[in-house]
Design a protein around this ligand. Sequence first.
Ligand code: NAD
Length: 290
Amino acid sequence: MNNGEKKNMTVKTFGVIGSGQMGNGIAQVAAASGLQVVMSDVKQEFAEKGLAAIGKNLNRLVEKEKISQADGQAILSRVKITTNLEDMAAADYVVEAATEREELKFGIFRELDRICPPHVILGTNTSSIPIGRIAAQTDRPEKVIGMHFMNPVPVMKLVEVIRGLATSDETFSITWQLCEKFGKTPAEANDFPGFIANRILMPMINEAIFCLYQSVGKKEDIDTVMKLGMNHPMGPLALADLIGLDTCLAIMETLYDGFKDSKYRPCPLLRKYVEAGWLGRKSGKGFYTY
Ligand SMILES: NC(=O)c1ccc[n+]([C@@H]2O[C@H](COP(=O)([O-])OP(=O)(O)OC[C@H]3O[C@@H](n4cnc5c(N)ncnc54)[C@H](O)[C@@H]3O)[C@@H](O)[C@H]2O)c1
């Protein structure tokens, strides 16, 4: 048994920053694996909404007889919510899943570096912001890593584990094993804008939005072509609504900034929707109405 394996067993309390769709999903899988979870957000109502989403998800699993009612209650009871970042002092491992804005994440990592004991690993669920840039905000860059879950977290098997330039092998190994403990399949990526998943996925979604923008096809037809023609479970526009159009735009901006290649320019229609507050499912309207 190497050091990483030994240390992994000492992770008992798992911190999650952000109680949105990704944060509450990550909190749910961590609690389901037996860990105590502290989940934060900036407002009590946001944290409560995240906790309620976990409760609803677990109830659905009970109804489908995937878990017992007692298990559902036990999982939920392991998740504590807070609006005070200082409460992350109790965590052995923290994953940040706050809004995809670089300055916001930088601030969170500077604070976490002050609050958390030096041995604690700080993961980020960022979709595209370079891990090295986030790690540079801390005095522990070797303990900063990308832990990129897919949406919806309780359902999707993949976690992309991203090594920053300074990420240590021990940090990588503990993170990899945590993914497995959560019942996920990790895949390793290096630190380039968009990593693997969004480097490939997001230009496809952006191109689907260009097809709509240039009237190549109606939204339903664009989605039908990709669903039935390429055997994708969802069309790209419906998937963009699920991911959140603000998140999609932020990822395209990161790809465009990072590579300075015009093929990554965000479609003006995507920007227009985001500016109008049409963010997809989470706001009730995106390419489709919910
Ligand atoms: N949506 C997806 O499909 C998806 C997939 C993989 C990764 N991600 C990434 O996960 C992260 C979160 O995305 P999401 O879809 O859950 O967004 P979301 O908008 O649903 O949730 C973000 C949450 O973070 C909270 N937040 C903002 N600042 C905070 C702070 N300082 N402290 C604590 N909480 C704070 C917000 O109030 C909000 O509740 C982003 O980095 C995104 O790129 C998203």
